[in-house]
Design a protein around this ligand. Sequence first.
Ligand code: PRP
Length: 212
Amino acid sequence: MSKITVALPKGRLFEQTIDIFVSSGLLKDKIKPQSRKLIVENDDFRFLLVRAKDVPTYVEYGIADIGVAGDDVLLEKNPDVYKPLDLGIGFCNIVVAGKPEDKGKYFSNPSTLRISTKYPKITEKFFKEKGINVQIVELYGSVELAPILGLSEFIVDIVETGRTLRENGLVVIDTIRPSTAKLIVNRISYKTQTDKIKNILDKIENFVSTSV
Ligand code: PRP
């Protein structure tokens, strides 16, 4: 029998997703990535450890049958996948942040703002709806440096505990939307491996709905 391939983000969501697989009876034991191996297997599953932003790509192209991705990543990438389940993990907010002293500028109806972000599409859409032109500076990490060093006054980023903003002297200025992690499924896998995938979805849904 072929194994179900699951694409998981290497970062914070990996462990929480594995916990859900264990608690819902899909995995007997926790699996931990060893050394720098990027594929971890047992009898039923093959887990691919990928960058969070790459999860939708592996699922959309059918390399993985299922995957776990936050709303932040899904809104940014807009993949053609089936999104059947909110996993109730990975809670964070997508926000506009900056230095406290720049709050006034943000709310004074500026015609143009310069924003550094890992999320150019989400940023563009949000400010278009507000009628504000934005010059987007795309970064791949440590976005909080941008307002400190003057690359831009504001950033659009996710905030989970708020610690990174706090420790860098920045504050939330506007909230775009909350984000949680979703289970996503390749559309063809859902049709060709319906029973297996439905069993996974049922078990996870059952666990998630009774654990809130
Ligand atoms: C994310 C995000 C913030 C931080 C927020 O970065 O971009 O920098 O986490 O979390 P907090 O509110 O709990 O401090 P990540 O850790 O993914 O690293 P990156 O900057 O390299 O993308």
